[in-house]
Design a binder for this molecule. Structure first.
Ligand SMILES: Nc1ncnc2c1ncn2[C@@H]1O[C@H](COP(=O)(O)OP(=O)(O)O)[C@@H](O)[C@H]1O
Ligand SMILES: [Mg+2]
Length: 239
């Protein structure tokens, strides 16, 4: 059938290829074997990650969180096939390029705040459906143009035309506890501090998006988040 895979990204756990599947732009994510793990354990973990990813994509679809469409799961080849957002850009790359080549051209604080609010709203929707992402980083969020009138005219920073898609659900799971949601937010905060320390307000802006639908309903999650944060601080202080 498909084949003619072109390597796009090589990560620590998986290779990401592009190809076409039934004529559609497709991403193939192939999780490779980790030699330091016992082969049986490795196969087991890999299968679980693939299953988590497929399950989360299906669940996201049913609750209106944007993700790539799932096309096919091939456990034997450790692969998952999904929709390729051909003109997408990761939030990580957006935030980095906003600070470099584009900074004179556009209103950086306004664009980054808008993206942050979108992130917060998406994570809130996820958590309201009792899904924990497990690896919330800016590489695992893509900005996808809503429609492409003219490829040449497409400017990703015309953010009113962009949607946010979450990806990389291998560590995701279903859980209603506020503690797990708080930890999910804490993982995101840590990722932002280490990757985007030139955006000191971004996490607060994300939280504006997170609480926009109502703060009372997530009071427990926010309290747990603060608890986890305080525990983290203590750990760093002790060394
Ligand atoms: N559906 C997709 N459309 C466009 N780009 C994608 C898609 N899925 C993954 N990518 C790109 O590949 C990268 C790695 O994919 P990801 O699922 O996060 O795997 P990893 O486990 O290696 O982090 C992403 O950061 C993104 O740049
Ligand atoms: Mg990733």
């Amino acid at each position: 059938m498909e084949e003619d895979l072109q390597l796009l990204k090589q990560g620590a756990e998986a290779k990401v290829y592009k190809c076409t599947y039934l004529g559609l732009p497709c991403i193939v994510k192939e999780r490779f074997q980790k030699n330091y793990r016992h082969p049986d354990l490795d196969a087991c973990i890999t299968k679980e990650r693939i299953r988590n990813e497929a399950r989360a994509i299906a669940r996201c679809k049913s609750v209106g969180v944007k993700t790539p469409c799932l096309y096919l799961v091939d456990f034997d080849r450790r692969r998952i096939y999904m929709e390729h957002f051909t003109h997408s850009i990761s939030v990580k790359d957006v935030l980095i390029s906003l600070k470099s080549e584009l900074k004179d051209e556009i209103d950086v604080p306004a664009v980054s705040k808008n993206v942050a609010v979108m992130i917060g709203a998406a994570v809130r929707r996820l958590h309201d459906s009792n899904m924990i992402h497990g690896d919330l980083t800016t590489s695992n969020m893509l900005l996808v143009p809503r429609y492409l009138k003219d490829k040449k005219e497409f400017r990703w920073h015309d953010y009113s035309e962009l949607e946010l898609s979450l990806i990389d659900f291998g560590l995701s799971y279903v859980e209603s506890k506020a503690e797990d949601k708080g930890v999910d937010l804490y993982v995101l905060e840590r990722a932002l501090i280490s990757t985007h320390n030139d955006y000191p307000d971004i996490f607060n802006e994300i939280m504006l998006g997170y609480t926009r639908k109502g703060e009372a309903e997530v009071a427990e999650t926010l309290a747990k988040f603060k608890e986890v944060q305080a525990r983290g601080r203590k750990r760093t202080m002790v060394g």
